[in-house]
Design a protein around this ligand. Structure first.
Ligand SMILES: [Zn+2]
Length: 128
């Protein structure tokens, strides 16, 4: 019987490692998040710390562990927000280029819009 209990405890511990993000805690009230880590003074090694006990500095309530699902949902939400923001900024840049085109005497019509389109198509190749 005790062997079964021990094997079940081991299985629970194994499954908890798969469910929760190591060392990540959050407040259920205000979404404050905390990554708990321990740094070894001797070796300099950093390891996650999964022991409960920290409290939210904003709400003074116990923090909850964060599941992999919650973490990935949060990442997906932030990616979606970044895509919307990038799209908005691209539209703004194109409008600015069109206005500059209207206000500056250019030798080549459409040059500013072309520059903006090249910058948008190659965001990492443009030098500031
Ligand atoms: Zn809080």
């Amino acid at each position: 019987m005790s062997e079964t209990v021990e094997s079940l405890k081991a299985r629970i511990a194994e499954l908890e490692k798969l469910v929760y993000v190591p060392g990540l805690w959050k407040c259920a009230k205000c979404n404050f998040s905390l990554m708990q880590a321990t740094i070894s003074a001797n070796s300099g090694a950093v390891s996650t710390r999964d022991q409960p006990g920290e409290r939210c500095p904003n709400c003074d309530v116990p923090l909850w562990r964060v599941t992999e699902r919650e973490s990935s949902d949060g990442i997906a939400l932030r990616c979606e927000e970044a895509i919307v923001e990038a799209s908005t900024l691209r539209a703004s840049l194109k409008k600015i280029a069109e206005r500059a085109e209207d206000n500056l005497p250019m030798r080549t019509p459409g040059a500013m819009v072309h520059i903006a389109e090249v910058a948008l198509a190659n965001p990492f190749k443009v030098k500031g």
